[in-house]
Design a protein around this ligand. Structure first.
Ligand SMILES: C[S@@+](CC[C@H](N)C(=O)[O-])C[C@H]1O[C@@H](n2cnc3c(N)ncnc32)[C@H](O)[C@@H]1O
Length: 210
């Protein structure tokens, strides 16, 4: 099994946003700012990604028929925005987040978007770890990850789906930690599944398991 890089062109920055996606991003950014200001103890591992670029990447992936199916999973879903943007793009979306306050915020955001944008989103959020417990060697590898929590159990049984059931994964790893997310993806995802990661200044990075 190898990981094949798929180049995402810079021109995606010209892609328009659907009205619902633009509304979701504005609402989410306002709520994240308020939440961060009000909470001294926001998880130190939470930093939101560039949601506009993410929405454009999802649009580009869909328009270029790169998906093998419509199941989406976000590793470490934070405020749930990527999971909800994928749901706006008609994907069956799952967000996995270790911090219960952030899971609560994601569920509230989902309800708020559903009512303000009048959209019915297929998105579910689970509190726990995205690291599959039964994968040989993965917990050992995780020990070197400063910003990935390794203490809680995974939630795949609760979701009722395994890693191999998803078609597209998204994660925003901290600098230097993307190899761990790729290792989880390589170990558990189905052949032809995609992993999209946000790499800060380096933008979006897309790989396929072949
Ligand atoms: C850099 S933030 C990215 C949040 C979101 N994906 C985004 O792009 O806005 C990483 C998130 O991963 C969560 N996290 C860390 N370890 C985790 C684990 N083992 N399972 C699930 N979530 C985890 C953190 O709590 C944090 O919210």
């Amino acid at each position: 099994m190898t990981l094949q890089t798929i180049d995402i062109p810079d021109s995606i920055k010209d892609l328009p946003h659907a009205r619902e996606a633009a509304g979701l991003i504005d609402l989410a950014n306002d709520r994240i700012e308020t939440f961060m200001l009000a909470n001294d103890r926001v998880t130190e591992n939470f930093v939101p990604c560039d949601f506009h670029l993410l929405d454009q990447s999802l649009t580009w992936i869909t328009q270029n028929n790169l998906l093998t199916g419509r199941r989406f999973c976000e590793f470490g879903s934070g405020f749930g925005v990527a999971t909800l943007l994928a749901a706006v793009q008609q994907m069956d979306s799952v967000g996995i987040e270790i911090d219960s306050d952030l899971v609560d915020q994601s569920i509230d955001l989902c309800h708020a978007v559903g009512s303000t944008e009048s959209v019915d989103l297929t998105a579910n959020f689970y509190c726990g770890s995205f690291i599959p417990r039964n994968t040989h060697g993965i917990l050992e590898l995780a020990k070197d990850m400063e910003h990935v929590d390794t203490h809680q159990g995974d939630v795949y049984q609760e979701i009722g789906l395994a890693l191999e059931d998803f078609d597209l994964f998204f994660a925003f790893p901290w600098p230097g930690e993307h190899h761990f997310f790729e290792a989880v993806f390589q170990a558990g995802a189905a052949t032809n599944a995609l992993l999209l990661t946000y790499r800060g200044r380096d933008g979006m990075h897309l790989i396929r398991k072949t």
